[in-house]
Design a protein around this ligand. Structure first.
Ligand code: SAH
Length: 388
């Protein structure tokens, strides 16, 4: 299998349009069977076959009557996106390169820990935002992933680890929507896919083990809280609007005060009073890692039940930012801890296979010309440096 880096030629095989059942939430699957004139419980049966047994062939669905199986095979399919490569890191982290319809590739990462296994799932081909320190952003944007392509990443990982036949070497116990893309810019498909992660007849993950991370699409945070109960992480990265406008441009539209407010309201909608928002803060050397930044952050979050996850910036080719020094990292952490916050430092995993946070780049047929602009800017900068 080879991974094509070709950005321009889509490879789509012509085929008749069958409905892909992989991405249908429980309620959509029920609607599908009712429209076929079938009983509701067929949806439960088929959902279990797909997401608990990992079956993608109707012929194997032994408790479904044969005529119905044949009817299903004629009009529907269960199709995960195509894995083109898998990379295994020395630390056990594993990254899949997955080709989606249209020819672009997305990436999915599995991070094993002693007592759990976290799958980092992508929501878009590229990203519709353009955060200054993120490799995905530099790739531009092609399109939203379908619900089948999103849940398909979980299905592929579960299948790989043998999770479906209980001989599992490892399992997916947690999902974080922290791969490529901004999940709240692909709201409907992400919510449908997450509902399958949570569903008893799906992957049955607890709501504390499914986390959506957002750069701050405020109106969608409101909507999310009305519809589904998952853990919420916000990508803050700066303690004031001036700096955040520069690092996370969507801040110009939805400034910090609005984001913090929406996050607080999100928690009040949840039944569990002990829940906390995870605040992600990528530390970049000399940019957002100073003493006063930590102090501002401590003041900013004072009314938000939260824990803070510090992420040392992972360098990649297209930017000049540097990783935070150990001294600044510790100083930053200590200031927040002394202010009473729970602070964790995210350890870098899988950087030998470019699977660390912010390094997921896939190969995106960019529709925005953003990647081209970034390349041109960089070339101009290098020319200035070269000419002294
Ligand atoms: N768009 C969503 C989901 C992506 S999450 C969001 O922004 O939350 C990816 C996480 O990795 C975010 O917290 C992001 O800010 C962080 N990240 C991005 N680039 C990084 C880099 N180069 N080094 C470390 N962390 C990075």
């Amino acid at each position: 299998m080879s991974h094509s880096a070709d950005n321009s030629v889509p490879t789509v095989e012509p085929r008749e349009q069958k409905i892909n059942l992989l991405g249908l939430s429980a309620s959509r699957l029920e609607e599908f069977f009712i429209e076929l004139g079938e009983k509701r419980f067929r949806a439960t049966q088929v959902m279990k076959w797909i997401h608990q047994a990992g079956v993608d062939d109707f012929a194997q669905m032994s408790n479904v009557a044969k005529p119905l199986r044949e009817k299903l095979a004629a009009i529907a399919e269960i199709r995960a996106p195509e894995v083109v490569e898998r990379h295994d890191s020395v630390d056990g982290t594993c990254k899949w390169i997955i080709r989606v319809e249209g020819g672009s590739c997305i990436e999915t990462v599995y991070i094993p820990e002693r007592d759990r296994g976290t799958l980092c799932v992508s929501s878009q081909v590229g990203c519709s935002l353009d955060c200054s320190f993120c490799a995905t952003g530099k790739q531009g944007f092609n399109r939203d992933l379908t619900a089948a392509e999103i849940i398909g990443q979980v299905w592929i990982a579960a299948k790989h680890f043998g999770q479906f036949d209980s001989k599992a070497t490892r399992r997916v116990t947690n999902v974080v929507m922290m791969g490529m893309g901004e999940p709240l810019m692909n709201y409907r498909n992400v919510v449908d896919a997450m509902s399958l992660m949570l569903a008893d007849n799906g992957y049955g993950l607890s709501k504390r083990r499914v986390t959506l991370s957002t750069a701050g699409v405020v109106p969608m945070i409101e909507k999310l809280g009305d519809e589904i109960d998952v853990s919420l992480a916000i990508s803050l990265h700066a303690p004031n609007d001036e700096l955040r406008n520069e690092l996370v441009p969507i801040n110009r539209k939805y400034p910090l005060a609005q984001l913090i407010d929406a996050s607080r309201r999100y928690l009040t909608k949840m039944p569990d009073i002990h829940r906390k928002i995870t605040v992600e803060y990528t530390l970049i050397d000399q940019v957002n890692d100073r003493r006063e930044h930590a102090e501002q952050l401590a003041a900013l979050l004072v009314d938000l039940p939260c824990k803070i996850n510090l992420i040392p910036f992972n360098p990649f080719d297209a930017v000049d930012y540097r990783k935070v020094s150990n001294n600044s990292l510790h100083r930053f952490r200590d200031i927040l801890q002394q202010a009473g916050y729970i602070v964790t430092v995210r350890t870098t995993r899988g950087d030998d296979i470019a699977a660390a946070c912010g390094q997921l780049a896939g190969s995106v047929n960019d529709k925005t010309r953003r990647s081209e602009r970034h390349r041109a800017k960089r070339a101009a900068r290098e020319e200035i440096i070269a000419s002294g």
